[in-house]
Design a protein around this ligand. Sequence first.
Ligand code: SF4
Length: 381
Amino acid sequence: MTTLTTKTPSLWPAAHEADARRSRSRQRQLGASDTVCERRAAYILDESEPTDDSDKRAAILGTYLHEGLLTAAKREYGWLIETAVGDDLIRGHIDAVHLDAATARRLPKRLRPKQPADVVTVEDVKTKSLFVWDRVVRYGATEAEIRQVYLYAGLLRSVGFEDRWGQRPLSRLGPIDVQRIRFRFVCRDNGEEHIQEFAYDEAEAQRARWWVELVRSYEHPEQAERDFDGPGLDAICDYCVFRTRCWGHGVRPGAPVQTILIHDDADRAQALAEYVHGHELETQGKKFKRLARAKLDASAPGVYGDNELKWQGGRDVTDEEVDRAAVINRFRELGVDLPTEPDLDRAVALLQEAGIAVPMRTVRRTTARSIKVSPARTGTT
Ligand code: SF4
């Protein structure tokens, strides 16, 4: 293996530099894509200085892939990509807007799509890793992703395309009658595509705007809700550049940062009740799974309803293991002494079998900490 040296430097410093210069990396105004977490959106609005670095490599690769796909769609299909929308509340760029024939006819020919849509559709292209692909196919866009696309679509319906250089003819169309939302998920690892579509819902668009208005109404970012469980428990927080500002360092060195959420015994009682509830759900879930697994044991692979059944393992395989007798023989053939490290477990077992006390000595160690929760006895606090 060849390691990176000063002669063959890593590409990542260059990619990070270039990413830092991108307009969105520098932007301080709230963008629709910043609406993932209420607290994080509040920090951005407050122009708070980031407290942490974050490994952006996966995000940068996602950006390259995203740009490549959209550029190809523009060139080959005439898609309207990366158009700007905004008002005094929020701004952003829409991945793709598919205009219907009537709206497209109002544009210069060079901006018309090769194939107009049946209704105006706002499309958001998301690249995802194989790691989360099953969840994406099963559940579709997250609440935050839906909020983001409704912010875009709502702006198109109320204002239209932003009046700025490069898209003046689009802005002259005025408000656009968006009728459909589409998510196009692309798997980064194998290129698979998954489409999720639904009709535009004005109530959802209103809800998205209220969310932004609420964040803007806070005097201090710390008034905003943390929408995730924190570093170590949620990947979004692990990569958040405000994680130390948001969570601090825990109540003592080495303790999870979530310990800051406990202030008094009422908080402890609440957390214990949540733990017990979680345990009950887990027990019930395991029971459901065990019964379903047993029922399916003789079923052939295939698609049944919303799910596909596959079987893994269960094959006869040949494997290699150390041939102990042959190893000892090989040592004898070579005339080499076998290692004579005593087998302590066996020695202890022999002493116990013979009824002889096993010599013990005192050592200090720290046991693994595990939680044990049981019902409080009546009359105890
Ligand atoms: S650390 Fe997590 S909860 Fe806090 S602002 Fe960042 S994403 Fe939100």
